[in-house]
Design a protein around this ligand. Structure first.
Ligand SMILES: NC(=O)c1ccc[n+]([C@@H]2O[C@H](COP(=O)([O-])OP(=O)(O)OC[C@H]3O[C@@H](n4cnc5c(N)ncnc54)[C@H](OP(=O)(O)O)[C@@H]3O)[C@@H](O)[C@H]2O)c1
Length: 320
């Protein structure tokens, strides 16, 4: 195994904030699997949310340390940060569920105060917000909030890695890239535009694996890590074709033009508009794959070729 093989990598002390969340629980699992001393913030506000308590206890049984701490208690965040070399935050950031990105300003201050953290990975894990300055009003807040956090990190001089995870597979692949649809079971599919814009899909567990690989890697220091596994750079039509091959049947295709899409979007509630805007920029404009990675970025599957990532085709098999 090369110099970055798991057994040769320096082990870190890693704090996961948001460790019971959709992505956070996978980051905690990956950190433990890759042998890092793993700390997970236990917020008193979760109270009797018994499923979160069960999850935290199961991580504890696997060797994680549970650290009490709250965004309402600054010193508790500082104390938690003092325990570790790396902080990874996976706080909520999806408008239809919960959007708490700006709370991270407290965490940034706590990391600065603690003074010992060698790498901070803020809650991003999506489209690179630095490339989304010209987006439509709906959904802009997510990118703006993530940029506010970046500015605070960089002004505080905190070493960072930003992770651009593109489309989390369960949100996009399961619904064959149709907004508002999460499962592929139907006889027809709505094709956005001509269906040929390339997008990039990454299985959630792979997002976590790549993120944990990057935490101690000097090549990702103060850079954006783009997750672009080459076999998962596909248009909507290509995703649909993979599903059709698996089920042995063609789906009827209904096309929706850009104008029709934008007009339907106007009638939706705010959370749905934010989601629809995301689909618009990805599937009509191609915002994920229409640029080359610049010198302030690295591509994960090139840095870590040992990771056997899940292909879209394999991901789709779970819906059969
Ligand atoms: N690229 C994509 O397709 C895509 C899709 C979804 C999400 N994302 C991104 O991934 C990141 C994580 O999202 P997620 O869906 O995994 O989040 P989530 O499951 O909705 O929430 C993650 C965690 O945030 C913490 N949290 C929620 N409300 C809080 C509050 N008021 N105060 C303090 N902590 C709070 C909780 O942590 P604890 O209770 O454990 O403390 C929760 O488990 C976000 O940046 C999001 O934008 C990307």
């Amino acid at each position: 195994m090369g110099s970055l093989g798991v057994e040769n990598v320096t082990k870190s002390k890693v704090l996961i904030v948001g460790g019971t969340g959709y992505l956070g629980k996978r980051l905690a699992k990956a950190s433990l699997e890759q042998g890092h001393e793993t700390y997970i913030l236990h917020r008193p506000e979760i109270g009797f949310e018994i499923e979160k308590i069960e999850m935290l206890l199961s991580f504890k049984a696997q060797g994680a340390h549970l650290v009490p701490g709250s965004f309402n208690d600054f010193q508790s965040l500082v104390d938690a940060c003092k325990l570790v070399d790396v902080v990874i935050c996976a706080i909520a950031g999806v408008h239809v569920r919960s959007h708490q990105i700006l709370l991270q300003l407290e965490l940034v201050k706590a990391i600065q105060e603690a003074g010992n953290v060698k790498r901070f990975i803020p809650s991003e894990f999506g489209t690179d917000p630095a490339r989304m300055g010209e987006v439509m009003e709906e959904g802009r807040a997510t990118f703006e909030d993530k940029m506010v956090i970046r500015k605070a990190i960089e002004e505080a001089g905190i070493p960072f890695t930003y992770v651009s995870a593109n489309c989390l597979a369960s949100y996009f692949v399961g619904g064959l890239c149709q907004p508002g649809i999460i499962l592929p079971y139907a006889d027809s599919v709505l094709i956005l535009g001509d269906g040929n814009q390339k997008a990039i899909y990454v299985a959630e567990d792979d997002v976590a694996t790549y993120t944990i690989k990057a935490i101690g890697d000097p090549r990702t220091l103060n850079k954006t890590l783009y997750l672009r596994p080459s076999r998962n750079i596909l248009s909507q039509r290509e995703v649909v074709q993979l599903w059709e091959k698996l089920i042995g049947k063609q789906l009827a295709k209904d096309l929706i033009s850009k104008e029709q899409f934008l007009s339907i979007m106007k009638g939706l509630g705010y959370g749905e508009q934010v989601g629809a805007a995301r689909y618009y920029h990805i599937f009509y404009e191609g915002c994920l794959a229409n640029f080359e990675i610049a010198e302030n970025g690295e591509e994960a599957s090139e840095l870590y070729p040992d990771v056997k990532y899940t292909t879209v085709e394999d991901y789709l098999k779970r819906y059969l």
